[in-house]
Design a binder for this molecule. Structure first.
Ligand code: DON
Length: 310
C-alpha cells in the first residue's frame, strides 16, 4: 500500500491535478467589477495548527472575499450580542438560493441562517450596533488584519461601489428586514457595511491564516490569542458545515466532509478541526454559486489527507 502523502506532496498533487480543470465554471458577472477576473486563476493554501504551511499556484494573489466575510462578521456579532443573536437569525440550511427573497417574506423576516444574504445582513446590523458604517467597516477589516497578521488587507473600493450600484436584491432584503423590525440601523448604513465587508481583498494564504482559530475552538494556535469562546467557534463550524455552501451544503458535506464557506469571488475557506485551515480560489462558479474547481480541489485534498469530521 502506498504511504499517505505529506501535506506538501498532497497540496502539490492537487494543484497539478487541477491544471486540467482550470477555467471551468462561470465567473460571477452580476457584480460588474468581479466579471473581469481571469477564470484561469487557481490558488491553494493550507496552514496547520502547528504552523506548517503548503501552497500552490496563485496562493498569494488577492481576490474578493465576498460571502466568506460572513464567517468573520458572525464571529464579531456573536461576541458583541451573544446568544441573543439567535432570536434574529436562525441556523437551519435554507435549501434556497443565497439571495432568495420569497423565503424571508414567508418566514416573517427571520432569515434561516447567517450565511444566506438576509442572515448576513442581520449579523452585519448586529456588528454595526447603531454606530457609523465607517466604524463597523474598520472593525471588520481590522479583525481580518489582526487574524492574518497582514496590515495591508483592505476593501476594494471599486468592487464595493459596483455592488452598491447593482445590489437591488440585497436592498430589497434589507428593506424587508427593516419592515419586519429585524434591522436596527438605517438600511443604507447596513448595506454600505455589508457591501464593504464583501469587497475585502485577501489572498488564500492570508485567508487560511485568518481562519485558523476556528480549527482550535476559537484559540489562535500560533500566537495563543483567544479570538472567540469555544462555544461560539463550535457553532460557527456547525453552521459552516450545514449552511456554508447554500443549497449545495449537503453535497459539500458529502464530498468534502469539512466545514466550509464559499464566496462568489471563487474562494472557499475550509476548517479541518484540530488540524488546519485551507483556503482555495478559482473564480469559475458552479450553478449554485460555489467555486467549481475549488470544490473539486478540496474534495481531492481531503481524500488524500484522510481529513473529514465524519
Ligand atoms: O451579496 C452579494 O451578492 C455578494 N456580495 C456576496 C454573495 C456571495 O458571495 C454569495 N456566495 N456564494
Amino acid at each position: 500500500m502506498k504511504d499517505a502523502p505529506t501535506l506538501a506532496e498532497a497540496v502539490a498533487e492537487v494543484g497539478r491535478e487541477m491544471a486540467a480543470h482550470r477555467g471551468e465554471g462561470r465567473v460571477a458577472d452580476y457584480i460588474p467589477a468581479l466579471a473581469r477576473v481571469d477564470p484561469n486563476r487557481f490558488g491553494l493554501a493550507v496552514i496547520t495548527v502547528d504552523g506548517e504551511t503548503a501552497e500552490f499556484g496563485d496562493a498569494w494573489v488577492p481576490f474578493s472575499i465576498q460571502s466568506i466575510s460572513k464567517v468573520f462578521t458572525l464571529a464579531l456579532a456573536l461576541e458583541r450580542v451573544g446568544e441573543g443573536l439567535w432570536t434574529r437569525v436562525g441556523r437551519e440550511p435554507s435549501g434556497s438560493r443565497f439571495n432568495s427573497i420569497v423565503q424571508l417574506e414567508a418566514e416573517g423576516g427571520v432569515p434561516r441562517n447567517p450565511f444566506i444574504n438576509a442572515g448576513a445582513i442581520v449579523t452585519t446590523d448586529a456588528v454595526l450596533d447603531s454606530r457609523t458604517p465607517e466604524v463597523a467597516i474598520a472593525e471588520i477589516r481590522d479583525f481580518l488584519r489582526r487574524l492574518s497578521g497582514v496590515e495591508t488587507i483592505d476593501i476594494d473600493a471599486e468592487v464595493a461601489r459596483s455592488e452598491a450600484e447593482t445590489g437591488f436584491r440585497n436592498a430589497s432584503l434589507a428593506n424587508f428586514l427593516r419592515a419586519f423590525g429585524n434591522l436596527k440601523s438605517p438600511v443604507a448604513d447596513v448595506l454600505e457595511t455589508y457591501f464593504s465587508q464583501c469587497a475585502i481583498r485577501i489572498t488564500c494564504r492570508q485567508l487560511a491564516r485568518a481562519g485558523l482559530f476556528l480549527a482550535r475552538e476559537g484559540l489562535d494556535p500560533l500566537n495563543g490569542a483567544r479570538v472567540l469562546s469555544p462555544e461560539h467557534a463550535r457553532r460557527i463550524n456547525a453552521i459552516m458545515m450545514t449552511c456554508g455552501h447554500y443549497d449545495a451544503s449537503g453535497e459539500f458535506a458529502f464530498q468534502v466532509g469539512l466545514p466550509g464557506k464559499s464566496g462568489v469571488g471563487g474562494g472557499i475557506l475550509t476548517i479541518v478541526p484540530d488540524r488546519a485551515a485551507v483556503a482555495v480560489w478559482s473564480p469559475g462558479l458552479n450553478e449554485v454559486g460555489n467555486s467549481q474547481v475549488g470544490t473539486l480541489a478540496l474534495e481531492r485534498l481531503a481524500a488524500k489527507m484522510g481529513w473529514s469530521v465524519f
